[in-house]
Design a protein around this ligand. Structure first.
Ligand code: PMP
Length: 362
């Protein structure tokens, strides 16, 4: 590998990814523990069969039916009316972010975010030759408005990424902060709402600011609330002008006919999936309380995971949990671990294992 004429900044770098271990309780990549229902699986199988019958043709390059269904879903979920032309879809919100930096980042340009945050952002920056800069969050992992605006003045970023709720801390930002960042930023503001459906009651979505913020992009995914991580569908909501720019950099026919078909089926089953989201939210709140009752700190989470700690040696805790068959994630600030919300049974087993680990019982 070292002999290959690769870009200097890629030399010696290992591919990114959490360990994919076959253990009984996997709480490490913020997945939804509930598989699609039998009814959804049956409808998806039929839709795939129909799509396969036409696979000699390229898919709908604009994915307009899917984008119309996504707009309908967002109207129901957040009460914000968007046209299909204001919604854009791709293979996971990962691909959406990459397209955003391809269009608005690049050599000589900067992307700013607030650390600790999602570990893929610097990778998108590197891959698009965009300079990656961060400003720190407060000790409680919230973003201070004055610090954020000072960072914008200092760095003059072409793009600002704010994950809300943030991975790995679970914390959301206020709409006042989003509005202030938008107005102070010379470039695009991306609010990454991958976990938005898990937000607590009363936390509004940044979608409601699209009408007044022309350089705002809100990204979402079907990987979490829709329990559709394996299908790879992410999407963005923005002005039509912004979407038209993303359409310039997308690869032609980037979203397969099979992907478009199964995504539309999952959207048709949104109500049933929403019940699972309710369940996960209440399990999340119970999990946070259980961890706090073990004497740990847990920032309030609006996502389907919690950050917990701090530990003197988080790796030792991670290893000990693994010996109990529970896989969590060593990520984010030193001393902290992250676990996503499983079924009530999985979550209970995790808490029981952690109690034993902390008490140093076998
Ligand atoms: N944003 C955040 C904050 C995430 O945590 C994730 C997934 N871990 C993503 C985006 C990407 O999700 P996907 O590509 O599956 O849509």
């Amino acid at each position: 590998m070292t002999d290959l004429p690769i870009r200097e900044e890629l030399r010696g770098i290992q591919p990114y990814g959490a360990p994919q271990l076959d253990v009984p309780i996997r709480l490490n990549v913020n997945e939804n523990p509930y598989p699609p229902s039998e009814a959804l699986a049956a409808d998806a199988a039929k839709a795939v069969a129909d799509a396969v019958a036409g696979l000699n043709r390229y898919p709908d390059r604009e994915a307009l039916d899917l984008r119309a269904d996504l707009a309908t879903y967002l109207a129901g979920e957040s009460g914000v009316d968007l046209t299909p032309e204001q919604v854009w879809a791709a293979n996971g919100s990962n691909e959406i972010m990459l397209q955003i930096l391809q269009a608005f980042g690049g050599p000589g340009r900067r992307v700013l975010s607030f650390a600790p945050t999602y570990s893929m952002y610097p990778e998108y920056a590197r891959n698009t030759a965009t300079e990656w800069v961060t400003a720190p969050r407060r000790e409680d992992f919230t973003v201070d408005v004055d610090d954020a605006l000072a960072a914008v003045v200092e760095h003059r970023p072409s793009v600002v990424f704010v994950a809300s709720p943030n991975n790995p801390t679970g914390t959301a930002v206020s709409l006042d902060l989003v509005r202030a960042l938008h107005d102070a930023s010379p470039g695009m503001l991306v609010v990454d709402e991958a976990y938005a459906e898990f937000r607590r009651a009363g936390t509004p979505s940044a979608l409601s600011l699209l009408a007044e913020c022309p350089r705002l992009i809100v990204t979402r995914t079907m990987s979490k609330a829709f329990a559709f991580a394996g299908a790879r569908v992410g999407y963005a909501a923005a002005s039509t002008e912004v979407v038209d720019v993303l359409r310039v950099v997308r690869l032609p026919y980037h979203l397969s006919a099979v992907t478009q078909a199964v995504a539309r089926v999952a959207l048709a089953h949104a109500a049933e999936l929403q019940e699972r989201v309710e369940q996960l939210r209440s399990t999340r709140d119970e999990l946070a309380e259980s961890l706090r009752s073990l004497g740990l700190q847990v920032p309030d989470s609006d996502a389907n995971f919690v950050l917990f700690g701090p530990f003197d040696d988080r790796h030792a805790i991670f290893r000990a949990l693994l010996e109990h068959g529970v896989l969590v994630r060593e990520t984010g600030p030193e001393g902290w671990l992250r676990a996503c919300v499983g079924t009530p049974e999985e979550t209970e087993t995790f808490v029981r294992a952690l109690r034993k680990v902390l008490a140093r019982e076998p």
